[in-house]
Design a protein around this ligand. Structure first.
Ligand code: ADP
Ligand code: ZN
Ligand code: MG
Length: 469
């Protein structure tokens, strides 16, 4: 098989988080299950109605652009994208064509072409046999579309880009960007070529998970190579991803911009971004961005990448860690200890309980970490204490005490145990005195047993050495 150069460009839509829809005052509620509940004369295209721009949606897009170092448009306008489909009440979609809000920028190493704002369509159901149903709750929901340059050359980069965008949208509060719920939709354009000239591209839609992004692209690359290998040509078209079959299938021959008869929307004002107060100085209200947090965590604490990634991508765990780190301010060793318990033990408890934080709070957890640091509880004891705190709540010290998990370091209390063990294990003691260091381990083990696991093994060992002489 010849060595093909793979080229991929992504088009990603995301429903924006706003109280109301893009051009009317209907509620924007992706969780509304009653069909046609959040609709009005505007978003169902009744004659005589006029759209009004939702500034919050525009601001979301401008913030995304700011975050990725893009150019924000000064002049922007809206266009009608004309096509007929039952889920698009006006017979056109209000979108942006020549003057997108955002141009350029880079995310996860990939060049972004543009980001524009448009309205979502309604949704159709075809599961009733001989008729279809349309629900307009989603019609008019603000939707941003991001287009990348054709600069991606492998499935991993494509997946990484989509994940990073999801993360960014969540950090900015711009979208929940849940792919399974259709809040974020990825379309992948794929071509392969033996030369530097691009091959014919195919666009794949209906991808609704990150895994499917990778699977669909990999499938297309293979299919293209097979088609070319047979001496045939790739047809430029739109294909759908069939998740169950693990295949793409032909949907329609690609339409071109001409088919949409774009023209400026006469019912909306053109905008000058620089003249709108809410859109100024967006840089000043940026939260810490995912890549900034990544860098800070690895610099500040030197975590392994996997741990950093967990704190950056998992909102609950990352937030919990931040709170704990703040309380342990500056104590790097304890913070490291805390990060281990959070990413292993706490994360496992959460995973087993639908992501619930249980009854542990950053306050009680921090006390537990300090207790481990001080040797008041062993690492085994801390795991048990944490599990109990998770289920039942309570203060770390109380929980550990009630369950006999406090590690005894108090010399006085341990001395009598040590004396008893020495008396009962004369042989091992003699061996140790004779130079067999391994015997000390055995003796300490007997001491731990006698203390029912509550002794601090380090303190116990020191005490034995002292008393054996
Ligand atoms: P169209 O006019 O068909 O919509 P665009 O040039 O607007 O095509 O590009 C749409 C998407 O397809 C972009 O993400 C772009 O990066 C990608 N793309 C363009 N050409 C190719 C190609 N030859 N192979 C893969 N992706 C491509
Ligand atoms: Zn409406
Ligand atoms: Mg295009």
């Amino acid at each position: 098989m010849p060595n093909y150069k793979v080229t991929i460009g992504l088009e990603i839509h995301a429903e924006l988080k706003t109280n109301t829809k893009m051009f009317c005052r209907c509620k924007n509620d992706p969780d509304e299950e009653r069909p046609n509940w959040n609709i009005c004369p505007v978003c169902t295209a009744q004659p005589g109605t006029l759209p009004v721009i939702n500034k919050k949606a525009v601001k979301h897009v401008l913030r995304v652009g700011t975050a990725i170092g893009a150019t924000l448009a000064d002049f922007t306008e809206w266009d009608r994208k004309n096509y007929f489909y039952p889920d698009i009440p006006k017979g056109y979609q209000i979108s942006q064509y020549l003057y997108p809000l955002i141009s350029g920028g880079k995310l996860a190493g990939v060049d972004v072409t543009r980001i524009h704002l448009e309205e979502d369509t309604g949704s159709s159901r075809h599961d009733r046999g001989d008729y279809s149903l349309v629900d307009y709750n989603r019609a008019g929901v603000p939707l941003m579309e991001l287009v990348t340059e054709p600069v991606i050359h492998d499935t991993e980069t494509a997946m990484r880009f989509a994940k990073e965008l999801q993360l960014l949208l969540r950090y900015l509060g711009a979208s929940d960007a849940n792919m399974e719920k259709g809040e974020m939709r990825v379309e992948a354009n794929i071509s392969i070529s033996e030369t530097e000239t691009f091959g014919t591209k195919v666009e794949v839609k209906n991808i609704n998970s990150f895994k499917a992004v990778g699977d669909a692209i990999a499938f297309e690359i293979k299919r293209h190579a097979e088609v070319l290998g047979r001496g045939e040509k790739i047809v430029q078209e739109t294909r759908g991803w069939d998740e169950n079959a693990g295949k793409t299938f032909s949907q329609r021959k690609k339409e071109s911009a001409n088919d949409y008869r774009y023209f400026p929307e006469p019912d909306l004002p053109k905008m000058r971004i620089s003249e709108i107060p809410e859109f100024q100085n967006l840089n000043e209200t940026m939260p810490e961005l995912p890549w900034e947090r990544r860098l800070r965590l690895s610099k500040e604490f030197g975590f392994q990448d996997a741990i950093t990634e967990m704190f950056v991508t998992d909102d609950a765990i990352g937030g919990f860690f931040s709170d704990v780190a703040l309380k342990l301010s500056g104590d790097k060793d304890l913070i490291k200890l805390a990060s281990n318990y959070i990413t292993s033990d706490l994360a496992a408890l959460m995973k087993a309980n639908n992501g619930s934080m249980g009854a542990v709070t950053p306050e009680t957890f921090t006390v537990l970490v300090r207790m481990v640091g001080a040797g008041d509880v062993s690492s085994r004891g801390a795991k048990d204490t944490l599990a109990i705190m998770y289920r039942e709540g309570g203060l770390a010290r109380n929980v550990a005490e009630q369950h006999g998990l406090i590690q005894k370091s108090d010399i006085g209390a341990l001395e009598s145990i040590v004396k008893d063990v020495i008396a009962a294990n004369a042989e091992a003691v003699a061996e140790y005195k004779g130079g067999k260091t391994a015997s000390l381990q055995y003796i300490v083990g007997q001491g731990m047993k006698a203390s029912k696991g509550s002794a601090n093994p380090k303190v116990l060992g020191e005490l034995f050495q002292k008393l054996i002489g």
